[in-house]
Design a protein around this ligand. Structure first.
Ligand code: 2AM
Ligand code: CA
Length: 267
């Protein structure tokens, strides 16, 4: 892994350590699926365990840094200049179903801006990372977004709708209409973090999803930008103020895709 900054090393070590128990837990899921209760409680425990290991490692390196993490919320609230933004398992539904497509996502925010981040897929052993100003990487290689400039030639990906979204029905309709208007394949793989990482790596040309949380997208923001992509947060957002409507693209197709999504959005 071509990691040569101290901060990326801290993030990588936290991911790596947490991934050991996560991989072990994933191996247990199959057995639990045959039980009538299902693996729900086990997955919640695994999520929390992963988060605990990540947080312990990050706090060891910087005891005073702020933390915003999906399960525990906020730690060291007074430190707003230096914050870790953590999603211990992004793609929880996949994890729960024994589908090997989920990731640990960690972003580092300095004075309100995400300046480095890592999206770590433990099962495929794929690591996407970037630090502001030094490019984006996939394992040992530099990554760039694609150069495609017509939606019709693109591989698009999306996520949602959220089960608790007040806009659930509309969103379903919107996705269906878009797939009719744009004659390009639309995929839904179930991890927003990996969706953004894949746009950065040129596997997808665009990813969009409404009502995401900050921890879903924090690391992806810097990775995508450093790979030459463009990420935009659309307004108006969902009724709940802190959710984000995200469009992330290779930048060449941004306006075309946004135009379509907004048109459908307003309806
Ligand atoms: P999670 O796996 O950490 O819950 C799937 O469409 C993507 O949306 C995943 O990244 C998933 O993250 C996220 N997600 C699922 N439910 C959500 C909710 N209620 N609010 C925000 N994001 C959600
Ligand atoms: Ca998430």
């Amino acid at each position: 892994m071509r990691i040569n900054s101290p901060r990326m090393t801290v993030i990588y070590n936290a991911c790596n350590k947490a991934s050991r128990s996560l991989i072990r837990d994933f191996g247990e899921i199959e057995k639990l699926q045959v039980s009538t209760k299902g693996p729900g409680d086990f997955v919640t425990a695994s999520d929390k365990r992963t988060e605990k290991i990540v947080i312990e490692e990050l706090l060891k390196a910087h005891p005073d840094y702020g933390i915003l993490s999906e399960e525990v919320g906020v730690i060291n609230k007074e430190n707003k200049d230096h914050r870790w933004i953590i999603d211990p398992i992004d793609g929880t539904f996949n994890f729960l179903n024994g589908i090997p497509h989920f990731a640990i996502s960690i972003g580092y925010e300095e004075k309100g801006e995400i300046v480095c981040g890592m999206i770590f897929d433990p099962i495929k052993n794929e690591t996407f990372f970037a630090e502001k100003g030094t490019g984006a990487f996939f394992n040992n290689s530099r990554i760039r977004v694609t150069k495609k400039n017509k939606l019709i030639n693109c591989a698009l990906a999306t996520g949602g709708p959220k089960s608790d979204s007040p806009r659930k029905e509309n969103i379903f309709e919107e996705y269906t209409k878009i797939s009719r208007v744009v004659d390009a394949p639309i995929r839904k793989f179930g991890s927003a973090a990996l969706g953004l990482a894949y746009v950065a790596a040129g596997r997808f040309d665009a990813y969009w999803e409404w009502e995401l949380n900050y921890w879903d997208v924090a690391a992806g923001m810097v990775i995508l930008k450093e790979a030459g992509g463009y990420i935009e947060f659309l307004e108006p957002g969902a009724p709940t103020s802190n959710k984000r409507n995200v469009i992330a693209t290779n930048s060449n197709i941004h306006e075309e895709l946004k135009g379509l999504l907004i048109k459908k959005n307003i309806e």
